[in-house]
Design a protein around this ligand. Structure first.
Ligand code: PLP
Length: 423
């Protein structure tokens, strides 16, 4: 089973004779072992079985292994949300006194975590523009710099991550590259193939795909050698909180995933519920088909919007001449996903009029499910950001974000273009 389409449908869970054909939902928090020796073994070798559902669970494990297969990694850890996945991934690499670099063009919630919350915990976050030169980026690196972070398609700035530039720098400094692959999903891009070492997702988005389940995941690429790399000394020195276990020895190529789970999932408990993992797995069974349709519909709408007199500009990686066209062609294949943004002439007032006029596109604080929706970030998700911060995130005040669903393109065009005609 090597093709992504087959992995979406049949990857991970494999029934034995007489087992349920569909992934079973295991709600149990605990697991029975007959002998003390079996239980003791698991405490020393947590990969060998389940102890307690805060740390691992059979239904969650199948969701994790499907995502691992799709991304081409070695292990994954599902979390309660995309934000908890990002937080745990950061904490696995960085501690008080450390720093990391991120592009400024990232989701507002992540921006807030990086700009406000992590610095309060003593982790400094250094922001660079996606277009920054190699010299500008390198000037931010010191001995305590732990990784570079970026979003594959930035929400809602729409920039497409420049792997060549950032992964070259990470390789030069023997440093981890962490990518948020939420908006492309492994169907359109597999970041490990372009130098990423850790991938995070909000599975709340396309992976679940039906706006029915909040979740996140951290995926370990198994392609970074932490052993004896001075930036990551706590990967190869014994962890007192875990019987003196050493993550590189016990975890091997999945040392990152083991540390994330045994230190941070254990201590913080941001685990996904088995029911949400069950729903996410169900969603992923059609991910390949949905990503294709989301992409086709978004391409069609982007082209229609470009011609409308009420539209100032349109940003979609699939549009010829778009600022992100080169990176999109290079790193995305099979489509450019379902999110697009445009600037409405008349700013906030016309944005409000448009939202009231639409019938199919509904205003919701969400993206990336089967239903088309829209949002005006400056008055909603990003209202906590100053105008300066908005500019830094690449979000002009007149920007409208569309998440294009999988309905009929004809109906979507009629709804959106019809509403623009009226206002
Ligand atoms: N990453 C991206 C790119 C997102 O768009 C979001 C949410 O919109 C998140 C992370 C956070 O995910 P969650 O809402 O599941 O916590």
């Amino acid at each position: 089973m090597t093709k992504k389409d087959t992995i979406c449908v049949q990857g991970s869970y494999q029934p034995n004779s007489g087992d349920p054909r569909v992934l079973p939902l295991v709600q149990s928090t605990t697991y029975y072992y007959e002998t003390p020796e079996e239980m003791a073994h698991l405490f020393d070798h947590p990969k060998d079985g389940h102890i307690y559902s805060r740390i691992s669970n059979p239904t969650v494990a199948e969701m994790e292994s499907k995502i691992t297969l799709l991304e081409g990694g070695v292990a994954a850890m599902a979390c309660a949300s995309g934000m908890s996945a990002i937080t745990l991934a950061v904490l696995t690499l960085a501690t008080k006194g450390d720093n990391f670099i991120t592009t400024s063009q990232i989701y507002g919630g992540t921006y807030n975590l990086f700009k406000v919350t992590l610095p309060k915990m003593g982790i400094e976050v250094r922001f660079v523009d996606s277009d920054a030169s190699e010299e500008e980026i390198e000037a931010q690196i010191d001995d305590r710099t732990k990784f570079i972070f970026g979003e594959i398609i930035a929400n809602p700035a729409m920039t497409v991550f420049n792997f060549e530039k950032f992964s070259k720098i990470c390789q030069k400094y023997q440093m981890v590259l962490m990518i948020d692959n939420t908006l492309a999903t492994p169907i359109l891009c597999r970041p490990f193939e372009y130098g990423a070492n850790v991938i995070v997702h909000s599975t709340t988005k396309y992976m679940d795909g039906h706006a029915g389940s909040v979740g996140g995941v951290v995926v370990d690429g198994g392609n970074f050698d932490y052993d004896q790399n001075k930036r990551y000394a706590d990967f190869y020195t014994p962890d007192d909180s875990y019987h003196g276990l050493t993550y590189v020895d016990e975890g091997g190529s999945a040392a990152f995933a083991l540390k994330a789970r045994m230190q941070f999932m254990r201590d913080i408990g941001a685990n996904i519920s088995p029911f949400n993992a069950y729903l996410t797995n169900l969603g992923m069974e059609t991910l390949h088909l949905r990503m294709q349709r989301h992409s086709e519909n978004a391409q069609g709408l982007a082209e229609a919007l470009q011609k409308h007199p009420m539209v100032d500009w349109v940003s979609y990686p699939g549009l010829p001449g778009n600022a992100n066209e080169a990176n999109a062609k290079r790193y995305l294949s099979g489509g450019y996903s379902g999110m697009l943004t445009f600037g409405i002439k008349g700013g906030r007032e016309k944005a409000a009029a448009l939202i009231k006029e639409l019938k199919i596109f509904k205003q919701v604080t969400h993206i990336a499910d089967v239903r088309s929706c829209l949002l005006h970030p400056a008055t909603t998700t990003h209202r906590q950001l100053s105008n300066e911060d908005l500019e830094a995130c690449g979000i002009p005040e007149n920007l409208i974000r569309l998440s294009v669903g999988i309905e009929a393109l004809e109906d979507l065009t009629e709804d959106l273009i019809g509403a623009l005609d009226k206002i």
